[in-house]
Design a protein around this ligand. Structure first.
Ligand SMILES: NC(=O)c1ccc[n+]([C@@H]2O[C@H](COP(=O)([O-])OP(=O)(O)OC[C@H]3O[C@@H](n4cnc5c(N)ncnc54)[C@H](OP(=O)(O)O)[C@@H]3O)[C@@H](O)[C@H]2O)c1
Length: 323
């Protein structure tokens, strides 16, 4: 038996229940992982609220680190005692321990502690795929990045700085602006008191930016389109404020713009590619180009409080649950 967060209906954070559940042995191709840290991601809120469908009742979470304590038949490259992390696979990371398909487990290198890895699996891999695969940045560009002080955001600030990209980051408060700047964001726009389009035009001498990374969604769509240069690209990579609906005629009117709505699952497999992506993220940390620690930690039993903090915009950086 083990402790886990489960939910029986979609809705507010109140639906999350801390329960005792069965913990089986790993079957063929599976491994049992005892968690040392569990990441909270905005995606977990989409699953909890039903925006991303889950079969109920369900566990929650897809991003954790821990130690392998048993492996099933046919698992070749993961062994008992390995320190591992993962970011895709079935829901259920919000638990003390669980059985996982071994194909999704990534070994953690020496030099990357469990507590650091717990902030990197989903968030670092997202920064990697946004900047290196979805819209490969060469260095020298000026980009607009929404929610720059968020979990993915603080890693993106550091990654942009490391590759010579000028990041204009939006944040809701002056405190978050200071944190984004301390992480390498070149210019910040405090959305509660500044007009994003005006500031972007000012910073870029009227040109606008070639790409906007917009994880906020509904509330920022029009602003993002208005900040783009002709033929610029909107990377609509999240919906923290609600889903986005786009009229394609608008894209023509605003400058023959491109829009993509990327999802991690289309950029991460096959496994060899996932391992290369993870190596790149870990190498950024090992080289001292990215620093990452949890900014907020909650006991696993208080996952609902972690969700309330994240969805009410009270967090900065990464949020972690401690089992
Ligand atoms: N497409 C993918 O594959 C993929 C993968 C991972 C993550 N994501 C997306 O990336 C985004 C960042 O994820 P995260 O876990 O690191 O979260 P996060 O950025 O730490 O939290 C969301 C932030 O969005 C901002 N925000 C603006 N309007 C909001 C609203 N109405 N409600 C809540 N927040 C609002 C807030 O920052 P301010 O207060 O500064 O505005 C808030 O702190 C999420 O949208 C997530 O879905 C996408």
């Amino acid at each position: 038996m083990t402790k886990a967060i489960r939910f029986y209906e979609t809705g507010s954070a109140d639906v999350l229940k801390y329960e005792t559940v069965e913990l089986g042995n790993p079957g063929p191709g599976e491994a049992r992982v005892r968690h040392t840290g569990i990441a909270v991601n905005f995606i977990d809120i989409y699953v909890r609220t039903g925006l991303y469908p889950a079969q109920l009742p369900s566990g929650l979470g897809s991003d954790a680190v821990g130690v392998v304590e048993a492996v099933g038949e046919g698992v070749a490259d993961i062994h008992v005692g390995d320190r591992v992390g993962y970011l895709i696979g079935p829901q259920g990371a919000y638990s003390e321990a669980r059985v996982m398909p071994a194909q999704f487990l990534i070994k953690l290198p020496d030099g990357i502690s469990d507590s650091v890895a717990a902030t990197l699996m989903m968030k670092g891999m997202t920064a990697q795929y946004l900047f290196r695969q979805v819209y490969p940045l060469k260095g020298g560009e000026t980009i607009l990045y929404h929610a720059a002080a968020g979990g993915v955001g603080l890693l993106a600030c550091q990654w942009a700085k490391a590759i010579g990209v000028t990041m204009i980051g939006t944040v809701s408060t002056d405190e978050k602006a200071a944190i984004a700047k301390a992480n390498g964001c070149t210019h910040t726009i405090v959305t509660s008191r500044e007009k994003t389009v005006e500031r972007v035009k000012e910073i870029t001498n009227g040109k606008g930016v070639p790409v906007v990374f917009d994880s906020v969604g509904k509330d920022t769509l029009m602003t993002s389109l208005d900040c783009l240069q002709p033929r610029g690209t909107l990377v609509s990579n999240g919906t923290s404020s609600g889903p986005v609906v786009i009229d394609t005629m608008l894209l023509a009117a605003k400058g023959s713009l491109w829009v993509t709505r990327p999802a991690m699952m289309h950029y991460i497999m096959p496994r060899a590619h996932m391992l290369d992506m993870a190596k790149e993220v870990f190498d950024m940390v090992l080289a001292g180009k990215i620093k990452s620690e949890a900014a907020q930690s909650f006991p696993l039993a208080q996952a609902a409080d972690a969700h309330r903090a994240l969805e009410s915009r009270k967090t900065v950086g990464a949020t972690v649950l401690i089992p």
